[in-house]
Design a protein around this ligand. Structure first.
Ligand code: C2E
Ligand code: MG
Ligand code: MG
Length: 268
């Protein structure tokens, strides 16, 4: 375990500088519009010798050694570049979300850095969304801090989503206290359920609750059309899952964006 960690640590020494990190985009498809409505930026390490390394193998390590903040800024900057290029090329621009590690919250003014970068690239308001995972919250003090940060995000023109909703314990309390724009239903809701009737009752009521709170819902990790049809009836707004597409390199995503623009895009 420790040895593996040392190896990974060595592997990533300078990886950011070496351009081994790549930003993949996973499509988000509107259930009503059946069109491409957004994307999530997901990092991949493509190592010259080891091939593709997935975030689950290095994010926990980066969270412990502090490199995660640098990586998040790197991913965010890449996303700004992508959006600004779409704009220059006359492509349709759609919102892109980026994941934000809990580590950022130790610095009161961390959002200023993100806002500076977005400003440099002239990113229009509403085009970048920060995803915060449920697991960043510990106590009521923390919630206050995160609530302030979300307010600041809104002032700066960023949207905010609560990621992995339903994977932890504190979910409803967060929904009550945080002014989030989007709720991302965790993949766990849609995988290996023992009792599909119970699953659907829980999911449809969470969707209704979000709707009443004016919060958009995204179902993550959906892999089959049955679930898509159920979610459509339940009033879920957006699907992000293999049923439609896996995370893909920027160039592949841009083909979809072009199809979307000329009407030949086929969503689920
Ligand atoms: P997440 O933010 O919840 O991202 C969704 C994960 O679910 C992604 O895994 C995605 O590939 C996967 N996924 C999407 N649809 C399906 C599906 O239908 N079936 C299955 N089995 N999986 C699906 P990925 O890319 O491996 O990322 C894992 C986690 O790593 C992310 O979970 C996020 O928490 C973290 N992460 C990724 N990129 C970054 C980053 O740039 N910064 C930070 N701080 N965390 C990141
Ligand atoms: Mg996410
Ligand atoms: Mg998630």
């Amino acid at each position: 375990e420790l040895k593996m960690e040392e190896e990974l640590n060595g592997l990533f020494q300078g990886s950011i500088e070496n351009h081994d990190f790549h930003v993949y985009l996973q499509p988000k498809v509107g259930l009503e519009s059946r069109a491409l409505e957004g994307a999530e930026a997901l990092v991949r390490c493509i190592h010259p010798k080891r091939g593709v390394i997935y975030p689950s193998d290095f994010i926990p390590l980066f969270e412990r050694n502090g490199k995660i903040c640098k990586l998040d800024i790197y991913v965010f900057t890449k996303v700004c570049r992508i959006i600004s290029r779409w704009e220059k090329e006359g492509k349709e621009i759609i919102p892109v979300s980026v994941n934000l590690s809990r580590q950022h919250f130790t610095d009161e003014d961390f959002l200023d850095r993100f806002a500076d970068i977005a400003g440099q690239y002239h990113i229009p308001a509403g085009m970048i969304e920060f995803e915060l995972t449920e697991s960043i919250f510990f106590d009521s003090h923390q919630i206050q801090r995160v609530r302030d940060a979300i307010q600041r995000m809104h002032e700066l023109g960023f949207a905010c989503s609560l990621d992995d909703f339903g994977s932890g314990y504190s979910s409803l309390n967060l929904l009550k206290n945080l002014p989030i724009d989007v709720l991302k239903l965790d993949i766990l809701f849609f995988q290996k359920s023992r009792d599909i009737r119970r699953e659907r009752i829980v999911v449809s009521n969470v969707i209704n609750m979000a709707k009443e709170l004016d919060i958009k819902t995204i179902a993550e990790g959906v892999e089959d059309m049955d679930t898509v049809e159920f979610l459509r009836k339940a009033g879920c707004n957006v699907i992000q899952g293999y049923v439609f597409a896996k995370p893909m390199p920027q160039e592949d995503f841009e083909h979809l964006l072009t199809d979307n623009q000329d009407g030949s895009f086929e969503g689920c």
